[in-house]
Design a protein around this ligand. Structure first.
Ligand SMILES: *Cc1c(COP(=O)(O)O)cnc(C)c1O
Length: 465
């Protein structure tokens, strides 16, 4: 399998190269040259397999000859062995139609662990026989940062610099990042929003000299390997609910459009997905784009679901490219200049065939959280509750089960959950004594030169030349 950039220029890469690279040098995102196809029988054969074995089958065609079957199996077994539930991503039932897929049983309590635990192992494996020291830089609205730091802390040949918007992540999220002591971990609180932090990261990748000097790599969902790992749980859940005989719908709490794009990939690969519900909070750029074709950024409004508080949704570019590739470079240039662009007719029609965008406000979120708590005793986090509210607001054929992706453990957002339900969720013991440990991070202005200077002074690759 080879990968090309959504901006249409530059060489194609293999899986190992695309994993280490992250963002393409032309500013685009890597996508596979074609989608592998799983027949009805191949999907049926996934029934009853463990999560790790399902992961091997689903990811195999994307990985190509970068890893042997046995190597891939060993890495999946190691990554998913760290999850606190034997089913890795278990389904819980809310009523006769609604289910939640619990993606938060990893070490840092959000779905990001599912992909990042594996990505950390891919990095280590691919770097082991290279003379390269990677500098991973990322922007986080909370959960990517903690998951990436957990996955990379103490690993050889990697430094990680994680930018988070100062004061805009929850206490638990911040402490999960800033209390990690490994010397290869560097936390930066940026005086700005998540979008500012993400723009800074993109700007560093866009400077070839800087990117080369430090061997920059990405762990944000712009990294293809992350999306690939997320395709797995769509297959795993759908097969348990009757696929390939019965189609299944998914509702996905959405920010950067990575998780729901993995659902799109699963559908392209042949999984019978009746609908992908794109649930946003009031920061609804993607819901608007899907509804009106208007992709225009507003101001970020902080909400109880901070991991969805964004106005630029990077992975949306991958969808636009898949639906009408030729339009993308012009659209992205327009967006860079005016913070607005329009979808083409082909993009709108293609997206409407599978996606429904739904915007959920704070009251609707709280109502859904209470509905789940009172009706089935399930305590959901604010992000998941937004997904559930969107799922309940979407009309679907009666025989289609709807799976809401539970993207975070409620313990990660205890205050918001308590406000809505009166229940204060506990923190699972696997996160340890977060509130007793010392924090370590630097506060920097949202200015490119300041961030670059900081990284230059600390990255190991700089010291070794
Ligand atoms: C990252 C995150 C999201 C958004 O996922 P995207 O892939 O960026 O769309 C939703 N909920 C939680 C809890 C997250 O951490």
């Amino acid at each position: 399998m080879r990968y090309r950039s959504t901006r249409g220029t530059g060489a194609t890469l293999d899986f190992e190269q695309v994993t280490l690279a992250g963002l393409a040098p032309d500013g685009g995102l890597y996508v596979p040259e074609e989608w592998p196809h799983f027949s009805h029988d191949a999907i049926a054969a996934l029934a009853g397999l463990s999560y790790a074995e399902t992961a091997v089958r689903v990811m195999r065609p994307f990985v190509g000859d970068a890893l042997s079957d046995d190597e891939l199996r060993a890495l999946c077994t190691q990554a998913y062995g760290r999850f606190a539930h034997r089913a890795v991503t278990p389904l819980a039932q809310l009523d006769e139609r609604h289910w939640v897929l619990e993606l938060f049983h990893g070490p840092t309590l959000a779905f990001k662990d599912v992909a990042l635990q594996l990505l950390g192992l891919f990095f280590e494996r691919f770097l082991s026989d290279r003379d390269t020291h990677l500098t991973v830089i990322g922007a986080t609205s909370g959960d990517t940062g903690s998951a990436a730091i957990d996955a990379l802390a103490g690993r050889a040949k990697v430094d990680i610099f994680m930018l988070h918007p100062q004061g805009r992540v929850s206490d638990v999220q911040r402490r999960q990042m800033t209390t990690v002591k490994a010397p290869n971990v560097h936390n930066i609180a940026v005086e700005g929003t998540f979008d500012d932090a993400q723009a800074l990261v993109k700007a560093m990748f866009a400077e070839p000299a800087f990117a080369r000097r430090f061997s920059l790599s990405a762990v944000n969902s712009i990294n293809w390997a992350r999306l690939m790992a997320q395709i797995v749980y769509y297959f795993y859940a759908a097969v348990r609910l009757g696929a390939p005989q019965r189609p299944v719908a998914f509702s996905v709490p959405t920010g950067n459009f990575g998780d729901v794009f993995a659902g799109y990939a699963a559908a392209k690969m042949g999984l019978p997905i009746a609908r992908l519900i794109v649930a946003t909070n009031v920061n609804d750029i993607v819901a608007r784009a899907l509804r009106d074709g208007d992709y225009s950024a507003g101001e970020v409004t902080p909400t109880a679901a901070p991991s969805m508080d964004i106005q630029v949704s990077s992975n949306f570019e991958r969808l636009l490219f898949d639906l009408d590739a030729d339009a993308v470079p012009g659209q992205m240039a327009a967006f860079a200049n005016e913070r607005a662009m329009r979808l083409t007719a082909r993009q709108r029609a293609g997206a409407a065939a599978l996606f429904t965008g739904v915007r959920i406000d704070a009251d609707e979120m709280a109502l859904a959280m209470r509905w789940a708590c009172e009706g089935s005793g399930q305590v959901l986090d604010p992000h998941t509750s937004i997904g559930l509210a969107a799922a309940r607001a979407t009309e679907l054929p009666a025989n289609v089960p709807v799976v809401t992706l539970a993207t975070a453990h409620p313990g990660k957002f205890r205050d918001a959950v308590e406000r809505a339900t009166g229940v204060r969720p506990g923190l699972p013991s696997r996160v340890g004594a977060l509130f007793e440990r010392e924090e370590r991070y630097d506060v920097l202005p949202a200015e490119l030169e300041a961030i670059k200077d900081f990284i230059s002074a600390r990255a190991t690759s700089a010291r070794s030349g």
